[in-house]
Design a protein around this ligand. Structure first.
Ligand code: SF4
Length: 288
């Protein structure tokens, strides 16, 4: 039950609302709500067209055994059917694939779960182990090559220690984490995986297709890249269990049909003895 004196202080509350609001936007008195002992909030309609459904809330209070009601605070609050702005979402969560344009930069957080340090040294072999010297040489070479990177545009020679280091990821500050790998695998599998209608209707899967290019790294066990220009996945990473009608071995090109044999043989020459025929016919005439 609201305090009686506070509930009756509608004029005081209206005056406070009109002082805070623009002229003419404080409407009808719509509600009185008790907030506690001798603390009451009066609600007035807001007539501002930009704040449809909002209400001016003026809280008044009274001290114990005091008769005068005083103003506590005045705020504009949304009502049940107020028009509200959508909840704010950070840009990193609003971003969708395809939002990036030429020249855009997409920074990654230092603690991005999809990435992890490329080389931490945590699993470095003990200094007296056989591989330790290799690691030392490798580190020296990598350092030397890193220093040259800005001036030497060519990639390291194939098979060189630096190339191996590249492949292992030790020359990159960060590499994909297990979580990042799993996320990528799930995404690719959803688009070009075994459960897609195309794969379900395919005559064979990508694993046996000549158009499949293998990947490097751990994901090569489950994915490759399709290089068939007529396939729906051309240039995309596909699951080895995906497949399509463009599979290199599934459909055999039809051989051209053999022509049917001639009904009339106009090629072969039949031999006829014209003389015997002529003699026979004269004998026939003599007998006659
Ligand atoms: S052509 Fe079809 S079956 Fe072959 S790799 Fe591409 S998607 Fe897979």
């Amino acid at each position: 039950m609201p305090d009686r004196l506070c509930a009756e202080a509608v004029d005081l509350a209206r005056a406070a609302a009109e002082e805070a609001a623009a002229p003419g936007v404080v409407g009808e008195h719509v509600a009185v709500v008790s907030e506690g002992d001798r603390v009451v909030t009066h609600y007035f309609e807001c007539e501002d067209p930009g704040y449809r459904g909002w209400r001016w809330a003026v809280t008044v209070a009274r001290a114990s055994r005091a008769k005068n009601v005083t103003l506590d605070e005045t705020v504009l609050l949304p009502g049940g059917d107020a028009l509200l702005a959508p909840e704010w979402v950070p840009w990193s969560e609003r971003l969708r694939p395809g939002d990036m344009g030429p020249g855009d930069l997409l920074p990654t957080e230092a603690d991005d779960l999809r990435l992890e340090p490329g080389y931490t040294g945590a699993d470095e072999p003990p200094p007296n182990s056989a591989v330790a010297s290799v690691t030392g040489e490798l580190a020296d070479l990598v350092d030397a090559e890193d220093a040259e990177l800005t001036t030497r545009p060519e990639p390291p020679l194939r098979g060189s220690i630096a190339a191996v280091a590249d492949e292992l990821g030790v020359r990159r500050a960060r590499v994909l984490s297990r979580y990042g790998l799993r996320e990528a695998a799930d995404r690719w599998d959803e688009e070009f995986g075994a459960k897609t209608p195309m794969a379900q209707a395919a005559p064979a899967s990508c694993v046996s297709c000549a158009f499949l290019l293998p990947l490097a790294g751990s994901l090569r066990q489950a994915f490759g890249v399709c290089a068939n220009e007529f396939a729906p996945a051309d240039g995309h990473v596909v699951s080895l269990a995906y497949g399509c009608g463009g599979h290199s071995e599934a459909a055999v090109m039809p051989t051209p049909p053999k022509p049917a044999p001639h009904a009339l043989d106009t090629v072969r020459v039949d031999e006829y003895s014209l003389r015997a025929e002529a003699e026979g016919s004269s004998e026939d005439l003599g007998h006659a």
